[in-house]
Design a protein around this ligand. Structure first.
Ligand code: AMP
Length: 557
């Protein structure tokens, strides 16, 4: 029997309309770059606006996009830091029927142009801080028809518009175009394990469901009375969905823009009475150092923080303990990925266990329990589902209403599988699941290194290194790093008759092709790289070999 309930589409305009009418006075605060100090470092100023103003400007942006000839489903890209203008793009681009494509500001220009061309972006909204990239983009990205600069331009540039002037020349869009809830609303690229980056496209429906599911207490704990500071960049899986979740529920949003150092963040949290914040472990290490410093100086920060969400990489138990024991602050670990929108699991202390206890910290160091409607399983190498006993380790697979069912353009089909007629996504993480549903990541099957929340492709580095005349084989592995979580270490086999080219030469050799933070911290020479039955490098063995070496102090740097 069919139900008698309405079939109302779940669309991003619902978020815009709530923000505009119910939370019009609620504040949005952004730390913006005011200029440069004598030391060349950016100086900050605060910008204050409201959901009412942002929603109105977002609808002006929607009109401007349509007037620029961007049709339904066509892509509008952003290359921007976290700020109210980026939020306007989040709300305005999908409201016009176009797709918001958030570009990663840390990519090398080659990668950036490859992604823009692959997505066939038509309009680019670019932060004035990155204006130096405009000539390269114009030269190499033929699909780009219009470049609009967010914030004042240092000097006028041909064919480039000023965002504020552009949107204010258009009246707010008065009617939303026809759209289906399954239409794409957002697009994000993720580093490919092999080869080129792959994109997922989020639908209106998946975005709305993800926002609804992110707010509850046992998820990210976001409500109207909160002030939320997403430190995770808005180009990383929509800042974990927080701009949409906060707009839907009316939480005050605080953006740190280009400032992610401990002192700037601590001050912003104190001044804006931030209650919820989210970022990768590297960010929390910086914040912890600043909180420790202030406390030792006898001037502790007065913070209202209820929850610091940590994800993107594993949060070490020591970090969770340090925040709790030294500052009475709770880190809540979450796991997810670009393909999962990203919210997959959150580690919440179950009743009967105290967070500030050995058991509590041990659970908080796990990645947590799946949020409602997300399912997790682990598989052995033959594809059998393994028991949830907290011991069996296997490939983590997931399914749910906001999990990708394919990549844009049909790439990476190996990542999707069918079990008993159901579609699942293979995360490339190796995990355990226990009887209470707690998932714990044990390793990563995908050949990538995560440094400060950003991916480095070991395969790309290996291919580049093997083009060096002295190198016959190269394997790049992730080594644990206290500051960046992981850093690349290159293990090389040299060609006969060649000496180690040295750190400086190899760095110079790789530099033209890779961003600086991609370059290996060290280059170690071995007689042979261990190879498995399928002919692949056994990187787990190499990691163990070099972990021992590092521990022995015959360090590799
Ligand atoms: P991304 O697509 O850039 O968001 O990266 C997703 C990947 O980051 C996951 O597949 C994991 O390998 C890793 N990751 C995310 N959150 C966590 C976490 N809490 N603990 C360990 N690894 C994580």
């Amino acid at each position: 029997m069919k139900s008698t309930m309405m079939d109302v589409p779940l669309l991003i305009p619902e978020i815009v309309e709530r923000a505009r009418h119910f939370f019009a006075e609620r504040e949005i605060v952004s730390l913006m770059v005011a200029g440069r100090g004598e030391d060349g470092q950016p100086t900050a100023k605060l910008h204050r606006t409201t959901y009412g103003e942002v929603a109105e400007r977002a609808l002006r942006l929607a009109s401007a996009i349509t007037a620029a000839g961007v049709g339904p489903g066509e892509r509008v890209a952003t290359l921007a830091v976290n700020s109210y203008r980026h939020l306007e793009a989040y709300l305005g681009v999908p409201s016009s029927g176009a797709v918001l494509h958030t570009l990663n500001i840390r990519l090398h220009p080659h990668q950036l142009c490859w992604i823009i061309n692959h997505a066939e972006d038509k309009v680019l909204l670019i932060e004035n801080l990155f204006a130096d990239k405009i000539p390269t983009i114009l030269e190499n990205c033929p699909s780009i028809e219009k470049i609009v600069v967010l914030g004042p331009l240092p000097k006028p540039m041909d064919g480039v518009e000023d965002y504020d002037t552009w949107i204010m020349n258009h009246a707010p869009q008065s009617r939303y175009p026809e759209m289906l809830e399954t239409d794409a609303a957002g697009m994000c690229y993720t580093s490919g394990t092999t080869g080129n980056p792959k994109a997922v496209t989020y639908s209106h429906r998946s975005t709305l469901l993800h926002s609804l599911a992110s707010a509850p207490k046992d998820a990210l704990n976001v409500g109207q009375s909160d002030a939320v500071l997403p430190i995770v960049p808005m180009f990383h899986v929509n800042a974990w969905g927080l701009p949409y979740t906060c707009s839907l529920y009316g939480a005050k949003l605080v953006f740190a823009g280009a400032f992610s150092d401990g002192p700037s963040l601590a001050k912003l949290m104190q001044d804006e009475q931030v209650t919820i914040t989210a970022g990768v472990p590297t960010i929390w290490m910086g914040l912890l150092a600043e909180l420790d410093r202030a406390a030792e100086a006898g001037k502790p920060y007065q913070l209202q923080l209820e929850r610091l969400v940590v994800g993107g990489s594993a949060a070490p138990e020591a970090l969770i303990r340090a925040f709790s024991e030294r500052h009475h602050l709770k880190l809540a670990q979450a796991w997810g990925m670009t393909e999962t929108h990203p919210l997959g699991t959150v580690s919440i202390t179950p009743p009967g266990i105290k967070f500030a206890s050995d058991d509590g910290y041990a659970l908080a160091a796990k990645q947590g329990v799946a949020v409602p409607t997300v399912q997790l399983e682990i598989l052995d190498d033959e594809g059998n589902i393994l028991p949830h006993d907290g011991k069996s380790m296997g490939r983590l697979i997931t399914r749910g209403p906001w999990i990708a069912g394919s990549y844009y353009g049909g790439a990476g089909q190996d990542n999707f599988l069918e079990i008993n007629g159901q579609q699942w996504f293979d995360t490339g993480d190796i995990a355990t699941l226990d009887g209470r549903g707690f998932m714990q990541i044990q390793d990563r099957a995908k050949d990538l290194i995560k440094s400060g929340g950003e991916w480095i492709s070991s395969v790309d580095l290996e291919n580049a290194l093997m083009a060096h005349p002295a190198v016959s084989q190269a394997a790049v592995i992730a080594m644990p790093d206290p500051k960046w979580d992981e850093r690349p270490l290159a293990v090389l086999v040299l060609r006969q008759g060649h000496d180690h080219p040295g750190h400086a030469e190899l760095t110079a050799f790789l530099s033209p092709r890779f961003a600086k933070w991609w370059l290996p911290d060290a280059y170690e020479v071995v007689a042979a790289i261990p190879i498995g039955a399928t002919g692949k490098f056994l990187k787990r063995e190499l990691r163990e070999q070099f972990a021992e070496k590092t521990a022995e102090g015959t360090a590799v740097r």
